[in-house]
Ligand binder design. Structure first.
Ligand SMILES: CC[C@H](C(=O)O)C(=O)SCCNC(=O)CCNC(=O)[C@H](O)C(C)(C)COP(=O)(O)OP(=O)(O)OC[C@H]1O[C@@H](n2cnc3c(N)ncnc32)[C@H](O)[C@@H]1OP(=O)(O)O
Length: 250
């Protein structure tokens, strides 16, 4: 299976388990993440959902370029993009604490997944980049919209338009990474949330509801939807397909 879901203390840990493909997201991983979000939502004993990747190389390398390269038209890409965009909206608005433990490289959609979480904890030395622009598309899972919620607008705009890969030090200076650790696995870094887990579930849930009310009044879901649609329009263009071909034929 391309993912695992396991419980440790008050946390549910979702791990993308495709290390041979640098934990690229395919439909199976999307379905698994949706399952984990539902389980976290329904289990009162769970106070946090942690998302991470298997192995020491990558957190997540974004959408599976092999699998999704079959999607040629705006309509075909929109179906995939809106599926994952809906799941990341659920991650972002889940009434539990959400944590991305960035155990390795995070690229493209991998950065979007991390952005959907309340906390971003990175292993020392990892690199991250919103590289979608280099593939002649934008973020397409709602991660660009969410980045504008997480960072000052000018810094978010810079990360998206430069589409560069940055060190965790740079991203920590920008405030995107909350903390860097030497931990190699989610289990090893879970103690960082000891104080959080001392709070009752209803307290943590109430704080997320405050954030969600702010986002609801700001039409977050509509803005994510517009991003997803815009990405699907760009997806169909030759420039995007040529850029993906170049990677696949490297
Ligand atoms: C809306 C989101 C959007 C979308 O869905 O399209 C995106 O996410 S766009 C961004 C898509 N992702 C990328 O452009 C990243 C592509 N991958 C890389 O840049 C590198 O693989 C990297 C930096 C993640 C890791 O580099 P490293 O040198 O450590 O590994 P390799 O490049 O040799 O890759 C090993 C192995 O994994 C396969 N691989 C890596 N990334 C993907 C991917 N995203 N989809 C499918 N397969 C991927 C790569 O082809 C190699 O496979 P192998 O069979 O061994 O040749």
């Amino acid at each position: 299976m391309g993912y695992t879901i396991r419980k440790k203390n008050h946390a549910l840990i979702f791990t993308i388990a495709r290390p041979d493909k640098r934990n690229a997201v395919n439909n199976e991983v999307m379905d698994g993440l949706e399952k984990a979000v539902t389980e976290a939502e329904q289990n009162d004993a769970v106070k946090a959902l942690i998302i991470t990747g298997e192995g020491g190389e990558a957190f997540c390398s974004g959408g599976d370029l092999q699998e999704f390269h079959q999607l040629k038209t705006q309509k075909e890409s929109y179906e995939m993009l809106s599926k994952m965009g809906g799941i990341l909206y659920r991650v972002a608005t889940l009434n539990k604490v959400t944590v991305a433990f960035i155990n390795g490289t995070a690229i493209g959609g991998g950065c979007e997944i991390a952005t959907a979480c309340d906390y971003r904890i990175a292993r020392k030395g990892v690199k991250m980049g919103f590289v979608q622009g280099n593939l002649a598309i934008t973020t397409g899972w709602g991660g660009g919209t969410l980045l504008y919620e997480r960072l000052p607008l000018n810094q978010a705009f810079r990360l998206l338009t430069e589409a560069k890969i940055h060190s965790e030090e740079t991203l920590k200076e920008l405030g995107f990474i909350d903390q860097t650790v030497n931990a190699l696995s989610a289990e090893d870094m879970i103690d960082l949330f000891e104080d959080v887990f001392k709070k009752t579930g209803p307290v943590l849930s109430a704080y997320k509801k405050m954030l969600n009310r702010k986002w609801a009044s700001g039409d977050l879901r509509d803005r994510m939807e517009s991003e997803i649609h815009e990405c699907s329009v760009l997806w169909e263009k030759d420039e995007h397909h040529e850029a993906v071909e170049k990677f696949l034929n490297k």
